[in-house]
Ligand binder design. Structure first.
Ligand code: GLN
Length: 197
């Protein structure tokens, strides 16, 4: 069984641990650099990206995370986690840094105040039928994606909300809160080499 670390500095890491354990993985919270060598994959949860950024640097885990992701550690980020995985960020707080790994420009809080949080069904071809019920909470969107990035999902107005680049996966929304485990299973299948990464 794969051992999956969930970055547990802030945010909804408990929900991810529960989903991954439910799928038969061994999911463990990760807070220190030394724990990164013991995992086959990493999940970065939803929460507040600027806080996770600050804590990861304060705990000296940001640079090791950056190296691990660049070195090929399969990684899946939801919402704030997607922001942390973006190479470029728009509307970050002053001095906000990311870990990178996805050749994308991400825009924080992209849905504005009116639709601050909402739910919608999305067609996601790599997951098949039925559509995925997606929960967006002060969610980011992907403003621009490089050529080597696969777009997995868009909202109806065309904005990109799920991407994959090799072993790195990111969604603007939160599959960990809906009971639909297909995105986590897809991530585990990527690690196992059962789907093309
Ligand atoms: N708006 C948050 C941020 O910028 C993300 C919200 C979330 O993860 N639900 O980090």
């Amino acid at each position: 069984t794969p051992r999956i670390g969930v970055l547990a500095l802030q945010g909804d890491f408990r929900e991810h641990l529960a989903v991954l354990n439910g799928l038969g993985a061994t999911a463990v919270p990760v807070r220190r650099a030394s724990e990164l060598s013991e995992i086959d994959g990493l999940v970065i949860p939803g929460g507040e990206s600027s806080v996770m950024d600050k804590l990861s640097r304060a705990f000296d885990v940001a640079e090791p995370l950056r190296d691990a992701i660049r070195g090929g550690l399969p990684t899946y980020g939801t919402c704030a986690g997607l922001i942390l995985l973006a190479d470029r960020i728009v509307d970050g707080i002053a001095g906000q840094q990311t870990l990178g790994g996805l050749d994308i420009t991400v825009r924080r809080n992209a849905f504005g105040t009116q639709t601050d949080s909402f739910e919608t069904d999305l067609d996601i071809p790599v997951l098949g039928d039925p559509p995925v019920h997606a929960v967006f909470i002060r969610a980011p969107v992907v403003d621009a994606a490089g050529e080597s990035v696969d777009v997995l999902a868009r909202v109806p107005d065309g904005r990109i909300v799920a991407v994959q680049q090799g072993n790195v996966l990111g969604t603007s929304f939160h599959p960990e809160v809906t009971g639909d485990t297909r995105f986590h299973r897809y991530f585990l299948d990527t690690i196992a080499g059962r789907v093309r990464a």
